[in-house]
Design a protein around this ligand. Structure first.
Ligand SMILES: Nc1ncnc2c1ncn2[C@@H]1O[C@H](COP(=O)(O)OP(=O)(O)O)[C@@H](O)[C@H]1O
Ligand SMILES: [Mg+2]
Length: 330
C-alpha cells in the first residue's frame, strides 16, 4: 500500500440534482503502483469517469462535490491541494486522455501548436525546441510524416490519428501516471487494437503507470495487470488480471465474463446480465447488484456487503463468495 504511486481511499462524490443528492462514487478505494497498468471497468454509468475526474479535480463544483476520501499521489493528497498546484501536476506528473479527442483538441489551432503549448505550460522551452519535441512526439505515437502534419488542424485527421495526438500531448511532459478514460471507445476495433499496442509499448519504454478506464473487457484483457470492477458507484471486485478471468468471485464480474473475451465480442457480452444499473438517485439498499444477482438472498438486499479478502490483491464486496467459487469460464 505504501509503495503506491496513487492511493485512492474512500472516495465519495455526489452531484446536486433537482431530485436531490446523487452519490455517483461511493466509498471507492484502489491503488496504482509505479509502472503498473490498472484497469477500471464497469458498465456505462457506474461512476468510472466521475472517480477519475474527482481525483484530477476536474469536476464542475457545483453540481459535483467530493464528500469524502483521499487521493494520495507521490505522497500528497490531490483532493486537498490548492487548484493552482493541482494544475501543475495535471499534464505534467499525471497525463490524461479522454474518450473523444475532438472535444479535447482545440479545433482552431494546428496540432503541433497544441503539443508545443502543453510543453510550454510546464517547462521553460523555446519555440524551436518545442517544435522539435512536438515532431519527435508525433513520430513516437505513430503519426507518419510528423514534420508535415504539425500544421494540420484536428479536423484534417482521422479519429485514430487525433487520439494519437492526444496521447502525444499527454506524454509531452513525461508523466509518471497516465489516466486514460475510454481512450479507444470511439474508434473501430482495428484502430483500438493499434492504440492499445501503442500504449503498451509506451508503458514499457517509459515505465509510467496507467489507469485505464473502460467498459470493455476485451480492452482490459489486452492491457491491465490488475483490474478494479465498479458497479453502481462502488468497487465490486479487485483482482490481478489472471485471477479476474480465471477465478472471479463477484457475481457481477462473472456476469461480465460470460464468454471468452476478445476485443470484438465484448459489446454483446456485456448485455448478457439481465436487468440494468440501478437509478443512482435511488439505489437499492444493501448490495446494489442484488436485484440482478442469481445468488442473492434476503440479507444481500438488507445490508451493504463487507469487502472479503480472497487472496493477495483479490477482494470482492459480496456475501456469497462461497457460492460463487465454482465459476467456470464459458
Ligand atoms: N453532471 C452530472 N450531474 C448529475 N449526475 C451526474 C453528472 N455526471 C455524472 N453523474 C452521475 O454519475 C453517474 C456515473 O457517471 P460516470 O462516472 O460518467 O459513469 P461511467 O464513466 O462509469 O460511465 C451517472 O450515472 C450519473 O448518475
Ligand atoms: Mg465514463
Amino acid at each position: 500500500m505504501s509503495d503506491a504511486l496513487l492511493s485512492v481511499r474512500n472516495l465519495t462524490t455526489a452531484f446536486a440534482t433537482e431530485s436531490g443528492r446523487t452519490i455517483a462514487v461511493d466509498d471507492v478505494s484502489f491503488d496504482v503502483r509505479a509502472g503498473e497498468a490498472v484497469g477500471l471497468i464497469g458498465e456505462s454509468g457506474s461512476g468510472k469517469s466521475v472517480a477519475a475526474l474527482s481525483i484530477l479535480g476536474l469536476l464542475p463544483t457545483p453540481p459535483a462535490r467530493v464528500l469524502a476520501g483521499s487521493a494520495v499521489f507521490e505522497g500528497r493528497d490531490l483532493l486537498q491541494m490548492p487548484a493552482k498546484e493541482l494544475r501543475r501536476i495535471r499534464g505534467k506528473r499525471i497525463g490524461m486522455i479522454f474518450q473523444e479527442p475532438m472535444t479535447s483538441l482545440n479545433p482552431v489551432f494546428p496540432i503541433g501548436e497544441q503539443i508545443a503549448e502543453s510543453l510550454r505550460l510546464h517547462e521553460r522551452i523555446g519555440n524551436e525546441a518545442a517544435r522539435k519535441r512536438a515532431i519527435a512526439l508525433l513520430d513516437r505515437v505513430g503519426i507518419p510524416s510528423a514534420s508535415r502534419r504539425l500544421d494540420d488542424y484536428p479536423h484534417q485527421l482521422s479519429g485514430g490519428m487525433r487520439q494519437r495526438v492526444m496521447i502525444a500531448i499527454a506524454l509531452a511532459c513525461d508523466p509518471k501516471l497516465l489516466i486514460a478514460d475510454e481512450p479507444t471507445t470511439a474508434l473501430d476495433v482495428t484502430v483500438q487494437a493499434q492504440l492499445l499496442d501503442l500504449l503498451n509499448d509506451l508503458r514499457r519504454e517509459t515505465g509510467m503507470a496507467m489507469l485505464l478506464i473502460t467498459h470493455n473487457m476485451g480492452v482490459i484483457a489486452e492491457f491491465a495487470d490488475r483490474v478494479v470492477v465498479m458497479y453502481s458507484g462502488r468497487v465490486a471486485e479487485e483482482a490481478p488480471i489472471e485471477t479476474l478471468f480465471d477465478a472471479p468471485r463477484h457475481p457481477y464480474t462473472q456476469g461480465l465474463l460470460g464468454a471468452t473475451p476478445t476485443l470484438a465480442q465484448t459489446e454483446a457480452r456485456l448485455r448478457t446480465i439481465p436487468g440494468s444499473l440501478p437509478d443512482p438517485a435511488a439505489p437499492p439498499p444493501g448490495c446494489r447488484f442484488a436485484p440482478r444477482c442469481s445468488f442473492a438472498d434476503a440479507e444481500c438486499s438488507a445490508a451493504r456487503p463487507a469487502e472479503i479478502s480472497l487472496a493477495v490483491g483479490h477482494r470482492a464486496a459480496c456475501r456469497r463468495t462461497d457460492a460463487t467459487k465454482n465459476w467456470q469460464a464459458a
